[in-house]
Design a protein around this ligand. Structure first.
Ligand SMILES: Cc1cc2nc3c(=O)[nH]c(=O)nc-3n(C[C@H](O)[C@H](O)[C@H](O)COP(=O)(O)O)c2cc1C
Length: 366
C-alpha cells in the first residue's frame, strides 16, 4: 500500500466498506438523497459539524484533493474523513488530469473511511480549467476516457462517482459524455445543470439534468440553485433525479436539508428566527477559529467567505455593512442589529420573492 500522508499516519483508520454500505443503502431508499456539495475552503471538518447540528445532509462531500504526479493526499481533508463527526457517509473528491496519479490517490483514499471516490469534472475557475483539470477536461473527451478507465480499475472497494457540468461552452457533447460515463460503469453521477463558461450566472437547466437521468444506468443527483423546499421539489419533479446536491443554499441556510424533509412529509417547513441565524453565525465563528495563531482580524475576514452567502439571505444593507467590518465587535454589532429578533428568516438568495414558491430559476415547466 502507498504511504498515507504524514500528518494522519498513525491515526485510527477505518476501512471504507462501512461508509460505502451506508451510502449504497441511501441510494436504495425511496426518499431522495440529499447531499452536501463539495466546496473548496468551505466544506471542511468544522463546517460539516455545523451542518450536522442543524439536521445536515444524508451524505457529505469533501473539498477536492488536488492530484498531480508528485502530490500527496492533503492531510486536513484526510482528517475530515477520519474524524467525520456527522455519523453519515462522506465522499472524497479528486481533481486532476493525470490518470496514473489519480488512480494512486484513489487507492490511497480507500484505506480511509470513504463512502465513495468522486471525480471533479466541473470546476469553472480559469486557473483550474486552463490546466485542463475540473471543467477544462470537458474539452478533452479522450483524456476523460483515460482517467475514467484508470479510476474505474483503481476504485474497487467503494462506489466510483463523477460530478460534472454538461459541457465546456455548450451542451453539444453532452450525450457523448453521458455515453462515456455509462461505458465506464460509474456508480453515481452528479450534474450541475450549467456549462463551464456559464460559471454561476445562467439559469440551471433542468432539461440537461433530465437528459442524464434518462441516459444513465446509474442514479443521478441534480445540482444548482436549490435554495428552498419548493424549489427542491420542483427540481426533483422536473429532472426525475434520485436526489439533490446543495452547495451555497446550505451556507446561506443550514436548516435547508431538514426543511426539505419536512416539506416532503407535511407540505410545510419552519423558518429559523433572527436569533437562530445569529446563533448559527456565532457558532461558525467559534468552530472555524484556527487551533493555533488566532488573529481576530483574520477570523473576521475568514467569516466573510460564509457571510457572502448568509448576508444575501438577510439583506443587501446587512451584507454591505458586514463586508466593511474589521473587528469582532463591528462584525457582531452589525449581526445583532439585523438579527436580534424572533421574526422568521426565509434566507433566500437576492431577487427571489420571500414566499418563494418556485423561484424564478430555470426549469422548463416554469
Ligand atoms: C465556494 C465554492 C467552492 C466550490 N468548490 C467546489 C469543489 O471543490 N468541487 C466541486 O466539484 N465543486 C465545487 N463548487 C461547486 C459546487 O459544488 C456546486 O456545484 C455549485 O455551487 C452549484 O451548486 P449550488 O447552486 O447548490 O451552490 C464550489 C462552489 C463554491 C460556491
Amino acid at each position: 500500500m502507498e504511504a498515507p500522508p504524514a500528518a494522519v499516519e498513525g491515526s485510527l483508520r477505518t476501512p471504507p466498506e462501512e461508509g460505502s454500505a451506508a451510502f449504497r443503502a441511501l441510494l436504495s431508499r425511496d426518499e431522495p438523497v440529499l447531499a452536501l456539495a463539495p466546496m473548496q475552503d468551505v466544506t471542511d471538518l468544522p463546517f460539516w459539524g455545523v451542518l450536522a447540528r442543524h439536521g445536515g445532509p444524508d451524505v457529505y462531500w469533501t473539498e477536492y484533493f488536488r492530484v498531480h504526479s508528485t502530490s500527496t493526499l492533503d492531510a486536513p481533508i484526510v482528517r475530515s474523513l477520519v474524524e467525520n463527526p456527522t455519523g453519515r457517509p462522506a465522499i472524497a473528491q479528486l481533481i486532476g488530469n493525470d490518470p496514473v496519479a489519480l488512480a494512486k490517490a484513489a487507492r490511497q483514499l480507500q484505506e480511509y473511511p470513504v463512502a465513495a471516490v468522486d471525480l471533479n469534472l466541473g470546476c469553472p475557475a480559469p486557473v483550474v480549467y486552463r490546466k485542463c483539470a475540473g471543467g477544462g477536461l470537458l474539452r478533452e473527451p479522450q483524456r476523460i476516457d483515460a482517467i475514467l478507465g484508470a479510476l474505474r480499475q483503481a476504485v474497487t472497494r467503494v462506489p466510483f462517482t463523477v460530478k460534472t457540468r454538461v459541457g465546456f461552452s455548450d451542451d453539444g457533447d453532452w450525450d457523448a459524455l453521458l455515453a462515456l460515463f455509462a461505458r465506464h460503469r460509474i456508480d453515481l453521477l452528479t450534474v450541475h445543470g450549467r456549462t463551464v463558461t456559464d460559471m454561476y450566472r445562467s439559469e440551471v437547466r433542468c432539461d440537461w439534468i433530465a437528459r442524464a437521468v434518462r441516459a444513465m444506468p446509474c442514479p443521478v443527483l441534480a445540482n444548482g440553485n436549490v435554495h428552498s423546499p419548493p424549489r427542491a421539489a420542483q427540481v426533483l419533479r422536473d429532472t426525475g433525479a434520485r436526489g439533490l446536491m446543495i452547495g451555497r443554499g446550505c451556507i446561506r441556510n443550514p436548516w435547508i436539508f431538514d426543511q426539505i424533509r419536512d416539506y416532503r412529509r407535511t407540505g410545510g417547513w419552519r423558518q429559523p428566527t433572527g436569533h437562530e441565524v445569529l446563533d448559527y453565525i456565532t457558532h461558525l465563528y467559534e468552530v472555524t477559529r484556527p487551533t493555533a495563531g488566532f488573529r481576530e482580524r483574520l477570523q473576521v475576514e475568514k467569516m466573510k467567505k460564509y457571510m457572502n452567502f448568509i448576508g444575501e439571505g438577510v439583506s443587501p444593507e446587512f451584507l454591505h455593512r458586514i463586508r466593511r467590518a474589521t473587528t469582532r465587535e463591528e462584525f457582531f454589532g452589525c449581526c445583532r442589529e439585523f438579527l436580534d429578533h424572533d421574526g422568521p428568516m426565509p434566507l433566500l438568495p437576492p431577487a427571489l420573492p420571500a414566499h418563494d414558491s418556485t423561484s424564478r430559476a430555470s426549469c422548463p415547466s416554469q
